[in-house]
Unconditional design. Structure first.
Length: 116
């Protein structure tokens, strides 16, 4: 069973930066992609960024140019560098891992709060 351990959330001021990390363990099948979703209170969970095993990336329009996703395949770890944070980025951020053939595993979530 895949387990995801997230770290790096916290409280930051408007315009600040944070870096999230997510380490996957219990990997048996190849990883298709890893990434981050987020969910604000009263809203649905939305994709923030994903990265495939060959480092192809995909970003939500709202974070393009501000967030950067990267991956260490040897460590089965994915990172999310978040710059120029805005209050509307406040949410619980969830790590996701998709393994062959198409199984999704989720982390427990880490809170990111951006104060104005």
């Amino acid at each position: 069973q895949v387990q995801l351990m997230e770290s790096g959330g916290g409280l930051v001021q408007d315009g600040g930066s944070l870096r999230l990390s997510c380490a996957a363990s219990g990997i048996i099948y190849p990883i298709n992609f890893m990434g981050w979703y987020r969910q604000a209170p009263g809203k649905q969970r939305d994709m923030v960024a994903t990265i495939t095993s060959d480092s192809s990336t995909n970003y939500a329009d709202s974070v393009k140019g501000r967030f950067t996703i990267s991956r260490d395949n040897a460590k089965n770890t994915v990172y999310l560098q978040m710059n120029s944070l805005k209050p509307e980025d406040t949410a619980v951020y969830y790590c996701v891992c998709n393994t062959f053939p198409a199984r999704l595993s989720w982390g427990q979530g880490t809170q990111v709060t951006v104060s104005s």
